[in-house]
Design a protein around this ligand. Structure first.
Ligand SMILES: *Cc1c(COP(=O)(O)O)cnc(C)c1O
Length: 222
């Protein structure tokens, strides 16, 4: 199937209210253009150099989302190019993004990445760490970042119930954060959960934003 057909199929499976991030990492600009010509504008990339090259080649109105782990020393390169950063997992990174965005004279939407899966990983806040961050720093003082929500990845498992439980725990947690952080209506309203293998479960559990790669573009060759 072509990118065009895959995209049409995916779109028919997600609700209108759910934002589709077409994850184009490792795929050529020609594939991105195919999706672009079908009206898709939001694309997700996870490597800095690849994003820089693609942003240069593709139309200005592409809305790039950086979805991978971002090192603080790469923030300056990424911030001018993107609308949203999905995997903010430290206070230091958040502060770097804020200052780079101030220099670039823009506001970058950010999602705090929470570690919900059973697999060990260095990335993502634990629930209590995230709570501490939100309690301890005045997010509204960071004028060039907007903390629009949370992002998470479920365990790689065949057990749908486990995946649901993990997604649900994130939704419940975000509701808690939102009630404690009444200051700004835009804050903590997006839930970036769901990838090719689990986006339908994620939508049933309250996803507002799905990040779908291989189902649209085919398998990646690393
Ligand atoms: C690669 C990637 C995706 C897309 O994964 P697929 O299984 O190909 O849909 C989504 N989110 C993140 C953070 C990724 O790195």
């Amino acid at each position: 199937m072509s990118v065009k057909e895959n995209l049409t199929k995916v779109k028919s499976q997600i609700k209108e209210s759910v934002t589709l991030v077409a994850v184009s990492k490792f795929h050529p600009t020609s594939a991105i253009l195919e999706a672009y010509n079908e009206g898709q504008r939001i694309f997700g990339e996870s490597r800095v150099q690849e994003l820089q090259l693609k942003a240069k080649e593709l139309p200005e109105d592409v809305r790039w989302h950086f979805i991978g782990h971002l090192q603080t020393n790469k923030v300056k390169a990424v911030v001018p190019l993107v609308e949203m950063i999905h995997a903010v997992d430290s206070e230091r990174l958040l502060l770097e993004i804020n200052s780079a965005a101030a220099k670039a004279n823009k506001v970058v939407s950010c999602l705090l990445q929470i570690h919900i899966a059973k697999e060990e990983t260095k990335y993502g806040f634990a629930f209590d760490e995230c709570k501490r961050l939100v309690a301890n720093i005045d997010l509204l003082q960071l004028t060039n970042v907007r903390i629009v929500g949370l992002m998470g990845m479920a365990t790689l498992t065949e057990d749908d119930q486990q995946i649901r439980d993990e997604f649900r725990s994130l939704r419940v947690f975000m509701a808690e954060l939102k009630s404690e952080c009444m200051a700004h209506i835009d804050y903590f309203s997006e839930l970036s959960i769901g990838m090719s293998d689990d986006f339908q479960l994620a939508i049933e559990e309250g996803s507002t934003m799905v990040r779908i790669g291989s189902t649209i573009f085919g398998t990646r060759e690393y």
